[in-house]
Design a protein around this ligand. Structure first.
Ligand SMILES: [Zn+2]
Length: 87
């Protein structure tokens, strides 16, 4: 495996820290599934899109699925005919 560029990985962020992005220093907004460097430092979404667009795409998908699950749960509790809250 080549180490000549930053390798990013998807990690389930169980710690929920607000560490700055390892690549650009911007504030990150950890949401459970996050992009990190191989040594577990958080990477922000814009850097993820730039350095690993395919991985960031997977995270977008995971977040969309989790928002969808939230709406499903809300509808089960409040009835499917009610409008779900705007997530
Ligand atoms: Zn960044």
């Amino acid at each position: 495996m080549s180490r000549d560029k930053d390798s990013l990985v998807i990690r389930l962020n169980s710690i929920i820290t607000n560490d700055p992005c390892a690549l650009c220093g911007a504030r990150t907004d950890p949401s459970g599934v996050d992009l990190m460097t191989e040594d577990s430092r958080l990477v922000c979404v814009p850097c993820g899109r730039e350095h690993a667009p395919e991985l960031q795409g997977l995270i977008d998908l995971a977040n969309a699925a989790s928002a969808y699950a939230e709406i499903g749960r809300w509808q089960m509790e409040h009835g499917a005919t009610s409008s779900p809250p705007p997530y």
